[in-house]
Design a protein around this ligand. Structure first.
Ligand SMILES: Nc1nc2c(c(=O)[nH]1)N(C=O)[C@@H](CNc1ccc(C(=O)N[C@@H](CCC(=O)O)C(=O)O)cc1)CN2
Ligand SMILES: Nc1ncnc2c1ncn2[C@@H]1O[C@H](COP(=O)(O)OP(=O)(O)OP(=O)(O)O)[C@@H](O)[C@H]1O
Length: 199
């Protein structure tokens, strides 16, 4: 059976398209050589620092990196030293919004149901700013993740909604991820080439 090509073909079923896009972009990221990935990550970190460092200290949520994602821990550590609070999302149940627990470099970690490191304990907090890892993103600022719908479900419940920053590599960019009704637009996307604001 022919596999739909996310780059060229418009299938009627956008969930098939999204699943194929997810596979393609995840494979492209995982195919990056470690050295090349770290060079791109350093550029992302510089853009992110340029955006965040001038701000007054607040609560920043980010994910422990898996599968070749950008690692925000060094920058989060620097921000903590400047008075910020850092937090990580916790998947409590598959269909439920995530909660957020404080994180520092000293925080004891366990592994969640998806194999992602998360704080074992820690205070529950509501983030002001959230870094969202991107599997794919489009020119309007819509994001594709691993397919759990966790961030859409979580951000939809938070009032005021945290400022959302998508973080990923340029290789994740597409024209249109074919967003579904529940998909939220990112306020900002940061890649190695810079910062794009969508709000
Ligand atoms: N590092 C990191 N942590 C994160 C996220 C993330 O994107 N990156 N998340 C961002 O939301 C949440 C976890 N989201 C996840 C969603 C799905 C799967 C997963 O394993 N999905 C299956 C396929 C599911 C499907 O296609 O229906 C898989 O990949 O095999 C893993 C994590 C919270 N923590
Ligand atoms: N606000 C919401 N309320 C209820 N269900 C939702 C909501 N947001 C997403 N979902 C459900 O979650 C599932 C996966 O959504 P989607 O493909 O957008 O995931 P994703 O954004 O790639 O995943 P993740 O955020 O976990 O990385 C979909 O079946 C969708 O119906």
């Amino acid at each position: 059976m022919a596999v739909p090509s996310p780059s060229t073909e418009h299938t009627a079923d956008s969930s098939v398209f999204r699943a194929a896009l997810r596979r393609e972009k995840l494979a492209a990221r995982m195919a990056l050589e470690e050295k090349a990935r770290l060079a791109l990550a350093a550029r992302i970190e510089a853009h992110l620092a340029q955006l965040l460092m001038p701000l007054a200290p607040q609560t920043l949520a980010f994910c422990a990196p898996v599968r070749g994602e950008f690692d925000a821990q060094p920058l989060a550590t620097l921000l903590i030293e400047r008075g910020w609070r850092a937090a990580m999302p916790i998947v409590e149940a598959p269909e439920a919004p995530m909660s957020f627990r404080t994180w520092t470099p000293a925080t004891a970690m366990s592994t969640d149901r998806h194999g992602i490191p998360v704080p074992t304990g820690g205070e529950l907090v509501t983030p002001d700013i959230v870094l969202l890892p991107l599997v794919a993103f489009d020119t309007r600022g819509f994001r594709l993740g691993y397919g759990g719908g966790y961030f859409d479900r979580t951000l939809a419940t938070l009032v005021p909604r945290p400022f959302s920053i998508g973080v990923g590599f340029e290789l994740a960019r597409v024209a249109d991820i074919r967003p579904q009704a529940h998909d939220l637009r990112l306020d900002v996307v940061i890649t190695e080439t810079g910062i794009v604001r969508h709000t």
